[in-house]
Design a protein around this ligand. Sequence first.
Ligand code: DHB
Ligand code: FE
Length: 278
Amino acid sequence: MARIIGGLTTSHVPAIGGAIARGLQQEPYWKPFFDGFLPVHAWLEEVKPDVAVVFYNDHGLNFFLDKMPTFAVGAAPEYRNSDEGWGIPTLPPIPGEVDLSWHVIEQLVARDFDVTTCQEMLVDHAFTIPLKLFWPKSCPVKTVPICINTVQFPLPSARRCYQLGQAVGEAIRSWDSDKRVVVIGTGGLSHQLDGERAGFINKPFDLKFMDSLVSDPEWATQYSIHELVEKTGTQGVELLMWLATRGAVPGFVRKVHTNYHIPISNTAAGMMALECLD
Ligand code: DHB
Ligand code: FE
């Protein structure tokens, strides 16, 4: 059966794509952010995953307000990148792991998660930038994208996203394959791009949340979506992707590395790498 080697979570601010394209990783503004990934590169070299299951949120590229699935799973042989208006470079298509996609979809539907299945799916910065951050040279993994709506209310609850993660983790572990799978969650941490609170960041909450993912992973499921918006900003709810990731990487974990740097653009940029010990 397939093995889950761990979970990776990171913010996905579009400006990171511009910084990579212009080679700004060593500039004072960017260095504390990019340096946070170096220990994770070393770990990935060691554990060598074959597949990445990626929880991310589309920002109006593949799904718009007229048709907005709560949960959508990609089942395509490749995912084309497109940019919904940030002016960042478009990356080459990313290969999909179709066999795992369908296995995950079947297992989720059997467990009453009524997901949308996508045999074509454009992916935005939330999917591509984290892959570039974790594998700057070339991406060695095939992927399964899982999109969680954080754009149009009503959003799925934190508890439901955690449960989705648990079901995805069980599906991965029952996949008849000897592949090594890493689970990735992209988004967050606290940020608000619009309205009166634009620029809002809540460092104490972010740090508590990051801690909770190591030893008390259900901690954030106590909060309603409105409480999460209040505590983390309108786009801070992207932390649901982190919660789903931890749901998929159950039991005890080892903290490989974490980084927290504020701000990158309008965002508290967080990153965690957790190794699965179960
Ligand atoms: C920013 C953050 C995001 O999560 C996003 O999707 C777009 C922009 C930002 O801070 O600039
Ligand atoms: Fe975002």
